[in-house]
Design a protein around this ligand. Structure first.
Ligand SMILES: CC(=O)SCCNC(=O)CCNC(=O)[C@H](O)C(C)(C)COP(=O)(O)OP(=O)(O)OC[C@H]1O[C@@H](n2cnc3c(N)ncnc32)[C@H](O)[C@@H]1OP(=O)(O)O
Length: 436
């Protein structure tokens, strides 16, 4: 049995036992072979095979998912039943944009910490390739009125009112990645952050290259073998690795890409943005009682977590706020964070967060202190790449970074790490974990 390690926030210790994820598969402009539930089931099955438990062992299943597909309402419940878990186990789906997966882990953490539950399966799933094309409200109205027309004559009259513009779809992915309050898409918010902290195109591209090289090395060395489980498609194809990786990325190649979100002078390109992908991942969280009852060997303990809000235009700076507050509350300097997983929504936004920690005005405004938090050593940041190289299936990236942080801390024989991410709409989450 592990030695009891309480959470900094008080309450019962909460253990991270293990986790698994699918490879992240690049969305290639058409629906991929897997729905969110398909992905969640394959990742979950592999994890549960590693930990054979009675079918009613879990008290709760929680799944983050941003784009739920119409045939899978409450994917958490469908995944739980398809995984063969007892129908007596409640399951719910969470949606807080890119923070959904982290929110599911944090909710599980709080349930266990407070003594409400003992063993929870928490994760996230997203199939961005399945984000639907929809009709505009005008086209929907026209179609509905056609259905309501009573006679053939009325129908023909209505048909004559058809406008070719009705065929132009609403692309839900584009709409979903746009903040409706400030009317900026996520890439444009990254441009705002880049301008605020003077992040150059070269710096953003250089960061993106290191993301690809680090992921390629991790794949080559087999460092992801425990985490990434094979994904079997109905056509017999087997996916075994995150296929967005481009180890051939060079400064010259990236420099040739045109800015996507702010033309012609923007800094954010396809090369230094997170990729649109499909994927799922789970973590198993347990109380001390569950660890003893099922003879589990946990890898880490969750110490604390922090959520924050900020102006939606600079949502990319959220991790600097949440992770900074989390570190300070736990009396840690930046040097005490052995590894930092900061979700790579955009290179400019990751670099903006690092710059913010070194900026006197930001630190005064956010942390009410005169000294800056300082420079964060890039050798301890996203050491095996991130969403730029492996992709960002938004509903699961938040728990993916907690899972990877746990495994990377173990591998590197380090102790404490923070996983943190920005969230569209101007929010951010951060979680502090400690390996056992
Ligand atoms: C809170 C948050 O987390 S906010 C973040 C939420 N997520 C997002 O906003 C998603 C951001 N990303 C995007 O929207 C998209 O990836 C975009 C619009 C930036 C780019 O989309 P796409 O054009 O489909 O990107 P794609 O990855 O296919 O790259 C396009 C081309 O750029 C080039 N390219 C991209 N990366 C590289 C690279 N590393 N090296 C060389 N060329 C590259 C290639 O020519 C590529 O085409 P190819 O794959 O056919 O060779």
């Amino acid at each position: 049995m592990t030695s009891p390690t309480s959470t900094s926030a008080g309450g019962r210790p909460v253990y991270l036992v293990d986790g698994a994820r699918t490879p992240f598969i690049k969305a290639r402009g058409k629906p991929g072979p897997f729905t969110p539930v398909d992905l969640a089931v394959q990742a979950g099955r592999a994890l549960l095979m590693r930990h054979p438990l009675p079918d009613d062992a879990f008290d709760q299943v929680i799944l983050g998912c941003v784009n739920v597909v119409a045939s899978e309402m409450n994917p958490a419940r469908i995944a739980a039943l398809r995984l063969g878990l007892s129908e007596t186990i409640p399951a719910f789906t969470m949606q807080i944009n890119c923070g959904s997966g982290m929110q599911s882990v944090d909710t599980a953490y709080r349930y266990i910490r407070e003594g409400r539950q003992d063993l929870i399966l928490a994760g996230g799933a997203e199939a961005l390739s399945h984000a639907p094309l929809m009709l505009t409200p005008a086209a929907t109205r026209w179609l509905a009125e056609l259905g309501l027309a009573r006679s053939v004559g009325e129908k023909l009259k209505h048909l004559a009112r058809f406008k070719p513009g009705y065929l132009k779809p609403v692309i839900s992915l584009e709409q979903g990645l746009t903040d409706p309050v400030v009317e900026l898409n996520m890439g444009q918010t990254a441009e705002v952050v880049a301008n605020l902290f003077g992040i150059s195109r070269e710096q953003a591209d250089d960061y993106a290259i290191s993301s690809h090289l680090r992921l390629a090395k991790a794949q080559e060395e087999g460092w992801l073998d425990e985490e990434v489980v094979p994904l079997y498609a109905p056509d017999g194809k087997v996916y075994t690795f995150d296929d967005g990786v481009r180890p051939e990325s060079t400064a010259d190649k990236l420099a040739k890409l045109r800015p996507v979100f702010e033309r012609p002078f923007g800094k954010v390109t396809a090369g230094n943005s997170s990729q649109i992908t499909d994927g799922a991942s789970w973590l198993m969280l347990a109380s001390e009682e569950a660890v003893e009852k099922y003879n589990l060997t946990p890898k880490a303990v969750i110490k604390d977590s922090e959520w924050s809000g900020l102006e939606p235009e600079i949502m990319g700076l959220g991790p600097a706020v949440s992770a900074g507050r989390l570190a300070l509350r736990n009396k840690m300097s930046l040097n005490d964070i052995d590894l930092l997983e900061l979700n790579e929504a955009f290179a400019a936004q990751v670099l903006g967060c690092l710059a913010a920690w070194n900026d006197p005005d930001f630190c005064r405004a956010i942390f009410q202190r005169d000294q800056v938090l300082g420079e964060f050593d890039r050798d301890r940041l996203n050491i095996d790449g991130g969403a730029i190289s492996l992709g960002h299936p938004v509903g699961t990236s938040g728990n993916r970074i907690v899972l990877h942080l746990m495994n990377a801390l173990k591998r590197e024989h380090k102790k404490r790490g923070i996983a943190t991410q920005c969230i569209g709409g101007g929010q951010a989450g951060a979680m502090l974990i400690e390996v056992i």
